[in-house]
Design a protein around this ligand. Structure first.
Ligand code: NAD
Length: 482
């Protein structure tokens, strides 16, 4: 077995690990990046990027269908799944190639194989053919992500898909049951609904997309219903059986047994990390009670030479959080004083309408001791949104009543995932409601809705009537079943 020596070895080449490796190399560290699969991790290979390729394609199908609103008549779109898959694969290939180019250009050594810690300063990497290499380094970054949870009775395979199978669009089932009304269930379920499947969602909790503003959730539910889908909340999937050509999912919905015939099942009930497989515990790395690697504000674990970032280091499981953590850990390894100090961690959910959030919700602001004021502006009153025929949704801003400091933003509507960037910048810069309200926004554009919502919080919105604040109704977080 050969031994190679580096300043730093990064294990896992997802958006945490591949970014960390580039940053380490930029800072003059001789770096290796190890992964058993293609570069890019879940995000590039079967998560964020391919799912967005599918979502954009599914939107095209739907836009073509509703173009008649605007006097444009398109024949009923026909979806060729093989061609769609080919496009999605080409997108992935291009991005994977791009990461390889960047690692090489930054002189990072990419090592393919399975890494296991054999000492706090060494891992053993086993390649596909069984060949072993020992990598020694002063520092290691564990960036091995997380994996879909398999529910008992729902083994992943041709009948029961995880996100990984679903994103490969192996077929278009007439009926799809999505177990889990979380981010993946709602995003991919919506894709299949738009491509023509009848989709039923089963969510164990009282609301799909737990933690998201119930008003935004109601709009997503409405969209699912309009596409012929159904949502059952307080619903637990118990198992399934094959009956003839169909599968029958058995569920308990609000205490009653329900049988749901379908052709395929998508099981998206969360992700779980598996750092144990890397042998980290054997070299002294402590895990949290929930199985994540315990880290400090520089992402250093209980073993000083080992860092952990991204999904394996704890929620929220977001690619951009992993990348930021990768940069911080790399800088810490290079001797810089970088540490976790962000104000704003945006999140974007690619449902229809899209939902994006950053900062505090109204309830969180209250729990944090603020007396919040809320400003809301509907896309229905915004020229650009109406002109592009995507006028559903709203921008809601939360501010501190006393100081008028901006505390949080929820956007539900067209391009919410892009619009949230301005809100994240505003929070990161410590903006007040006035700062956004006084900033001239180009017209006619969707970001004007953020400016108007900040003005609305101050009682100064122009394109809506400023009504006196109504007494607040208790927010139960519960939503009606779609
Ligand atoms: P999730 O945690 O978002 O949702 C899982 C859902 O399944 C939960 O609502 C849970 O209550 C439900 N559930 C659990 N057991 C169930 C059962 N037996 N029957 C019915 N429902 C059940 O997890 P996910 O959707 O699998 O996504 C995995 C991770 O990836 C999440 O942390 C998510 O935030 C992240 N992700 C983010 C994005 C994005 O930011 N756009 C996209 C995809 C995934």
């Amino acid at each position: 077995m050969g031994t190679q020596t580096f300043d730093a070895v990064v294990i896992g080449a997802g958006p945490g690990g591949y970014v960390a490796a580039i940053r380490l190399a930029q800072l003059g560290q001789k770096t290796a990046l190890v992964d058993r699969e293609e570069l890019g991790g879940v995000c590039i290979n079967w998560g964020c990027i391919p799912s967005k390729a599918l979502i954009a394609a599914a939107n095209l199908v739907e836009d073509a269908k509703r173009a008649s609103n605007r006097g444009i008549f398109v024949e009923a779109p026909r979806v060729d799944l093989a061609k769609l898959r080919e496009f999605k694969d080409a997108v992935v290939k291009k991005m994977v190639g791009g990461i390889g180019f960047l690692e090489k250009g930054n002189t990072v050594s990419v090592v393919k194989g399975d890494a296991v810690f054999v000492a706090p300063g060494a891992v053993e990497v086993t390649g596909a053919g069984g060949e072993k290499t020992r990598l020694e380094a002063k520092a290691f970054i564990v960036a091995t992500g997380a994996h879909p949870i398999e529910l008992p009775g729902f083994t992943f395979g041709p009948d029961v898909w995880s996100a990984r199978e679903a994103v490969d669009v192996p077929e278009l089932p007439a009926r799809l049951v999505c177990i889990g009304g979380g981010v993946i269930g709602m995003e991919l379920g919506t894709v299949y609904a738009k491509l023509g499947a009848q989709v039923t969602f089963l969510e164990a909790l009282p609301q799909i997309l737990t933690g998201i503003d119930p008003e935004a959730v109601r709009l997503v539910q409405k969209g699912i219903r309009q596409r012929g889908g159904a949502i059952h909340v307080n619903a637990k999937a118990k198992g399934y059986e094959r009956r003839g050509d169909a599968l029958v999912v058995k569920a308990e919905v609000e205490g009653k047994e329900l049988e749901l015939p379908c052709e395929r099942i998508l099981c998206a009930v969360g992700f779980r990390p598996a750092p144990q497989a890397l042998g980290v515990e054997a070299v002294g790395v402590r895990l949290t009670a929930r199985g994540f690697v315990e880290v400090n504000e520089q992402y250093r674990t209980s073993v000083p030479s080992i860092f952990a970032i991204g999904d394996v280091a704890g929620p929220p499981l977001l690619a951009h959080k992993a990348s930021k953590e990768g940069e911080i850990a790399a800088e810490a390894i290079a001797g810089m004083k970088s540490a976790r100090d962000w104000v704003a961690l945006p999140a974007a959910i690619f449902t229809d309408p899209e939902i994006a959030t950053v900062g505090l919700s109204e309830d969180e602001a209250r729990r944090a001791g603020y007396d919040p004021i809320v400003g809301k502006f509907a896309f229905g009153a915004l020229g650009r949104a109406v002109a592009i025929d995507h006028a559903e949704g709203f921008v809601k801003v939360i501010g501190d009543r006393a100081s008028k400091l901006l505390l949080g933003v929820t956007i539900c509507g067209p391009e919410a995932s892009d619009l949230i960037a301005e809100a994240a910048l505003a929070l990161e810069m410590g903006a007040y409601l006035e700062d956004v309200a006084l900033t001239i926004h180009a017209h006619p554009t969707l970001p004007e809705a953020f400016m108007e919502a900040c003005k609305a919080a101050l009682g100064e919105a122009i394109h809506m009537l400023n009504r006196p604040e109504r007494p607040r109704k208790a927010d139960t977080g519960a939503t009606a079943r779609a």
